[in-house]
Design a protein. Structure first.
Lengths: 187, 197
């Protein structure tokens, strides 16, 4: 036997098909003797019926097309970044190979690596990079012949690594958070 | 039983489509969108009560699904996985924008949103046979958690276990929240459901 206070929970369980046969029987027994609870269970029944027929608007046909357009746009963006990242990676590999083949480590940097780091060694290394830039500007057609190969390659290697780090970061960032999409969601 | 068989068949198709989509097949992904857009849209709509915003959120959910498809474990049902994504996207969006106030039917428990000042009263709308509209207005006044849980159970027809998995809550909590949400709805809608208790 159950009291009126237990009817709500049991009524919901019965309407969901979660109650055991014994529980259903107890509820029926109570409802037979209690018109008020019988009325309440009837309201639950109507509520469950209404919940099964929600007034949610239909999905517009263009929604799927919009999703696919955004997927394709994201794919295109990703392809471009992938190509750029691949080119950067190839460049890094090529630069490293060139460094090992022709340049070696610049004399100044080599000396700095052999001894404790000193201001003079870093100044000399920086000087060679500046020299590279000046030589490239002055004799752009012959810069590869003029500049110390190792310093040039080292500078390019650093630049390529920095660029690739940026590309990897940009590649992993979710494109859906690009300004336009986010603005539409948050209005 | 019919629903279960239909879901199993759909699940097998979905697994094949997921595998194809992972290989870059956009048509396979289009089939996934077509199969589940209604379910995702229902969640988004119930969380915003704004069809345009719900469409945007639905697109966002599928875009994320496309990106995260490689994290989907084959053999698991796709629908709960997608609805988990939908739930997260909608909750995050709700943190940034609150839904508009809706006409209030009358909740005795006190933590509903502000009522709209010029809505028709319950008996008037009921007389026009607008029970479904009144139900939506009542659901809109529920806390976010309750709206989600009611939608997952009664619109998406998920099991308690699936809901607990999606919301990352204990099974007992899901059952209690569902009971309270329905009880609150029953009280709010008592004028049209025919019981004043």
């Amino acid at each position: 036997m159950i009291g009126c206070e237990g009817v709500r929970e049991l009524a919901q369980a019965c309407l969901e098909g979660e109650a055991s046969a014994a529980e259903r029987e107890r509820l029926e027994h109570h409802l037979h003797a209690c018109p008020a609870c019988r009325q309440m269970v009837a309201t639950y029944r109507r509520l469950f019926a209404a919940l099964a027929e929600p007034a949610i608007p239909p999905v517009r046909p263009r929604l799927a097309a919009g999703v696919l357009a955004r997927v394709e746009a994201a794919q295109r963006r990703r392809s471009v970044w992938q190509a750029v990242a691949l080119a950067a990676a190839l460049f890094v590999v090529g630069a490293a190979a060139a460094l090992l083949t022709w340049g070696g480590i610049p004399q100044e940097l080599s000396a700095a690596a052999d001894s404790a780091p000193s201001l003079d060694a870093w100044t000399a290394a920086w000087g060679s990079v500046v020299g590279l830039a000046e030589a490239a500007a002055a004799e752009s057609s012959e810069w590869l012949r003029v500049v110390p190969g190792g310093a040039a390659m080292l500078a390019l290697l650093v630049a390529a690594l920095a660029a690739q780090g940026f590309l990897v970061y940009r590649w992993r960032a979710p494109a859906s958070l690009d300004g336009g999409d986010q603005a539409r969601v948050t209005q | 039983m019919m629903v279960q068989r239909r879901d199993e068949a759909r699940g097998q198709d979905a697994a094949a489509d997921v595998a194809a989509a992972l290989g870059g097949d956009e048509r396979a992904f289009a089939r996934i969108v077509a199969a589940y857009e209604r379910a995702v849209f229902a969640i988004a709509y119930r969380m915003t009560y704004d069809a345009a915003a719900a469409e945007d959120l639905t697109q966002e959910v599928f875009l994320r699904a496309w990106r995260k498809l490689d994290t989907f474990r084959p053999g698991e049902p796709l629908k709960p996985w997608l609805l988990r994504l939908a739930t997260n996207v909608c909750i995050n969006a709700l943190k940034k924008r609150r839904p508009v106030a809706v006409a209030m039917v009358g909740d005795g428990e006190g933590d509903a949103r502000e009522p709209a000042s010029e809505g028709p009263d319950a008996s008037e709308l009921a007389a026009k046979g607008e029970t479904a509209e009144l139900l939506e207005q009542a659901i809109a006044q529920l806390p976010d958690d309750y709206r989600l849980i009611i939608t997952l159970r009664h619109v998406e027809e998920l099991s308690y276990e699936e809901i607990a998995g999606i919301l990352k809550r204990p099974l007992g909590t899901v059952k209690v929240q569902l009971f309270r949400a329905r009880e609150r709805l029953r009280r709010m809608l008592s004028p049209i459901l025919g019981d004043e208790r």
